[in-house]
Design a protein around this ligand. Structure first.
Ligand code: FAD
Length: 400
């Protein structure tokens, strides 16, 4: 077996969270490597559907150090491709020491170091590092809910992670499932080409039109400050609603194209059936995961099911916009995964694992720093993590 390469810090994942971490590690003069499973830069932004636009203008969609270049296309929100180009240029600009494609399969406790075991071109590769930052995102773990009959349904079934545009779905009537941003955006987009039935677990909650990524960042930050100061929880971003009114969604709302219906009770071979009104369905989308309670009325429509209980509405396809889970399988050997497959974060830190001070979790959501799963929000937890890592390495060196 080949010897492990020694490095001070291994960052697993080369998307925006990995890049922001590398930026601060470089500034602190800490030797590191970024291991990324993808063939090219950009993380999930390179794989999202082509029509997607970010939900904030460039100045509020930027990583530390260098602002995203202006967007000169239509509207004020940059396209998916513009974000991908920015991340590609960012990686070059800061000479991020990225190795790809390297898929990290396991992080193990190797005594005084963590052993980061990966595969590159079919060959096993190992790094022995003094600290690890896990920044693997969620894109590679789409969440498919368990809905009765979904295995029997004979039409097409796609998760939004596989969606590339309306042509990804056969013509006809499509059931779009999920009351978050993705469900709303794709339901709106598909109304131009398909007959759309949009099913949500509760009435859709649209945020006020002025809310964009910057507001979300401010609200998430204020909530964290309030909680840290022992003040009551105001609900943060979740209290604003679930869906940002990006231009396509706003237009569809205004034109009455975006009415939702309650979640289906089951799929059949040919379509979907609903239970009696008020029938409770299982948790199917991310809002439930975020622990959001039944929310404020915003006037959006939640229509009666399209067919009476027991009848089947024929469908050609189902598009599951039901979110993602953190991709943390590589951390399994450390035995730190707890509730919902997450790793508990130490009190007083945004990112440090409670069970091992050498491990940091970066960019997965509010549980790893306010708005840390956004471009504008990941810089701050990345900086704080690097400060903690610097202290850890300094202490280790001092003692040796
Ligand atoms: P990713 O971009 O997924 O990058 C993770 C990287 O890690 C990937 O390159 C992957 O290949 C690699 N990886 C995974 N597992 C391994 C492994 N085991 N070993 C090695 N490498 C691995 N945020 C905003 O700020 N503005 C927006 O407008 C916005 N829109 C969004 C729209 C959608 C549809 C989605 C899903 C998210 C959106 N987000 C937005 C949130 C966030 O910006 C993205 O989810 C972003 O991709 C998260 O970056 P990341 O670096 O955490 O993860």
């Amino acid at each position: 077996m080949r010897r492990a390469q020694e490095v001070d810090v291994a960052v697993v994942g080369g998307g925006q969270a990995g890049l922001a971490t590398s930026y601060w590690l470089r500034r602190a003069g800490i030797e590191h490597v970024v291991l990324d499973a993808a063939d090219g830069p950009g993380g999930a932004w390179g794989r999202m559907w082509p029509s997607l636009h970010a939900f904030s203008p460039p100045q509020f969609s930027s990583l530390p150090g260098w602002m995203m270049p202006p967007w000169r296309g239509e509207g004020s929100f940059p396209s998916r491709e513009h974000v991908e180009d920015y991340l590609t240029a960012y990686e070059e600009r800061y000479e991020v020491p990225v190795e790809r494609p390297v898929r990290v399969e396991a992080v193990r406790d190797g005594g005084d170091r963590l052993l980061v075991e990966g595969v590159r071109g079919g060959e096993a590769v190992t790094w022995a590092s003094r600290a690890v930052v896990s920044a693997t995102g969620t894109w590679s773990r789409p969440f498919w809910p368990a809905v009765a009959g979904m295995r029997e349904f004979r039409g097409a079934q796609l998760h939004s992670a596989q969606y590339r545009g309306p042509e990804s779905l056969p013509a006809g009537r499509v059931l779009v499932v999920g009351g978050g941003n993705t469900g709303a955006q794709l339901a709106a987009e598909l109304t131009a080409s398909h007959e759309v039935v949009w099913a949500t677990q509760r009435p859709p909650r649209f945020m006020p039109p002025e809310v964009d990524g910057r507001v979300l960042f401010d609200v998430a930050t204020a909530r964290r400050a309030a909680l840290d100061a022992g003040r009551p929880d105001d609900g943060g971003v979740a209290a604003l609603g679930d869906i940002v009114q990006v231009p396509e969604v706003r237009a569809a709302l205004q034109e009455g194209r975006l009415g939702a219906v309650p979640m289906v009770e089951r799929l059949t071979t040919a379509g979907a059936a609903w239970g009696p009104v008020g029938h409770s369905t299982q948790a199917v989308d991310n809002r439930v995961d975020a622990g959001v309670d039944e929310g404020a009325e915003d006037g959006s429509t939640w229509n009666e099911p399209p067919v009476p209980p027991g009848e089947v509405l024929p469908l050609t396809a189902v598009l599951w916009c039901t979110g993602y889970r953190p991709a943390l399988g590589h951390l399994r050997p450390l035995g730190l995964r707890g509730e919902r497959g997450r790793v508990a974060v130490a009190e007083g830190s945004m990112t440090r694992a409670a069970g091992d001070p050498r491990l940091h979790l970066m960019g997965y959501g509010d549980w790893t720093g306010p708005a840390s799963a956004t471009l504008i929000g990941v810089g701050r937890p990345a900086r704080a993590a690097v400060r903690e890592i610097g202290e850890l390495l300094g202490a280790g060196r001092g003692g040796s």
